[in-house]
Design a protein around this ligand. Structure first.
Ligand SMILES: Cc1cc2nc3c(=O)[nH]c(=O)nc-3n(C[C@H](O)[C@H](O)[C@H](O)COP(=O)(O)OP(=O)(O)OC[C@H]3O[C@@H](n4cnc5c(N)ncnc54)[C@H](O)[C@@H]3O)c2cc1C
Length: 320
């Protein structure tokens, strides 16, 4: 039994580090928490998370869960939440949790608060701060009822330390044959890349509309990212124009990043893009328009043509 059940996300058999940040919110909420992982052949992943101060690691390991199909996952997650008698089901905000947790909330008939940034108190009760209108407003939300479902912005909560006493790993038994079977896994497209994951990278280089085509995008944005050992991001305009794949998108409807260094190449600084980068430690913008809104948020700004500046920058970094 645990007051909070934290869903940990896997990428195949490997724990996705941003999903561990939700543990920090569980710790701030107080009380016991258990970690839940789902998949097939996930014993090693379960072992890697036994020292985060949880009461237990709950493992749902079955070939039926080899692919993260939302209907099956939601069913198992809801069953595990009920079995634990948890008051809160929690995960880091991600494409995966956006897909799975609202379904689990519906099965549990529980209210859901997404993108929690911090805890607050309203009339002596726990409330949650979350962004509204692309982060231009902060809402404080109080929920009624016995159980609620939460997602936490990984960038708003520190990585928890893994220095707790090792906890038990418990098998969560469920009837695989009775899981929903409406969704079928078709195929997976894996992009081979040595670059760090966008959500975890210390350096992110993103490109916008003036990159023109995918070849120029890769040469300039990819080239600068590789020179700095960073990840590549893009604006929605660049993604929509086919210069960059969809999972590169940074912003309100893309990924939220908070690297040490964010470099924005030819990005105007629309509020929806800024919503995804504003917690970055240092923001560098290169834009030919001195009045571009990105310069209001940038730590350092360079006014000029990126097609001239970026090749020089890459060559200079490669020389060092
Ligand atoms: C509901 C909603 C959700 C959205 N979600 C997102 C999101 O998640 N992420 C996102 O990014 N956008 C999102 N958008 C879109 C957003 O509003 C902007 O349209 C988009 O971010 C603009 O992308 P951009 O900066 O690449 O293009 P533009 O706004 O066209 O800016 C291009 C910039 O490049 C500069 N430039 C041009 N040529 C050069 C050059 N040679 N050298 C240097 N600089 C140059 C220009 O001065 C300009 O500032 C969303 C919009 C809506 C309505």
């Amino acid at each position: 039994m645990a007051e909070t059940l934290v869903l940990i996300e896997l990428d195949r058999q490997r724990v996705k580090r941003p999903s561990l940040h939700a543990i920090t919110l569980a710790q701030q909420l107080g009380g016991d928490y258990a970690l839940l992982i789902l998949g097939s052949g996930v014993a090693e992943a379960a072992n890697s998370i036994i020292s985060y101060g949880a009461a237990a690691v709950l493992v749902a390991d079955d070939p039926a869960l080899a692919e993260p199909l939302a209907d099956r996952y939601a069913s198992v997650i809801a069953q595990a939440t009920r079995q634990q008698g948890a008051k809160r089901l929690l995960a880091s905000s991600s494409t995966f949790s956006k897909d799975v947790l609202p379904r689990a909330a519906a099965l549990l008939d529980a209210p859901m608060v997404t993108d929690v940034l911090a805890l607050a108190k309203v009339d002596g009760a726990i409330a949650y701060q979350r962004p509204m209108n692309a982060g231009s407003k902060l809402a404080t939300v109080k929920v009624d009822g016995e159980l609620c479902v939460l997602t936490a912005r990984a960038t708003a909560f520190a990585m928890p330390s893994a220095n707790g006493a090792p906890c038990l790993i418990a098998t969560f038994a469920f009837d695989a044959a009775s899981l929903p079977n409406e969704m079928q896994f078709v195929s997976r497209e894996l992009r081979a890349s040595d670059r760090p994951d966008l959500a975890e990278a210390r350096v992110v280089v993103s490109g916008g509309r003036p990159l023109k085509d995918s070849e120029t995008f890769e040469r300039l944005v990819g080239g600068l990212a590789d020179a700095l050992g960073g990840a590549v991001g893009a604006t929605r305009a660049a993604v929509d124009a086919g210069m960059a794949p969809n999972d590169y998108q940074v912003g309100q409807t893309g990924k939220v990043v908070a690297p040490e260094l964010y470099i924005a190449l030819g990005i105007s600084g629309a509020i929806q893009h800024l919503a995804g980068i504003k917690d970055s430690r240092i923001i560098v913008a290169i834009n030919k328009d001195a009045d571009a809104p990105i310069f209001q948020m940038a730590t350092y700004g360079l006014v000029g043509d990126l097609h001239q500046i970026v090749p020089q920058l890459i060559a200079a970094i490669q020389k060092t």
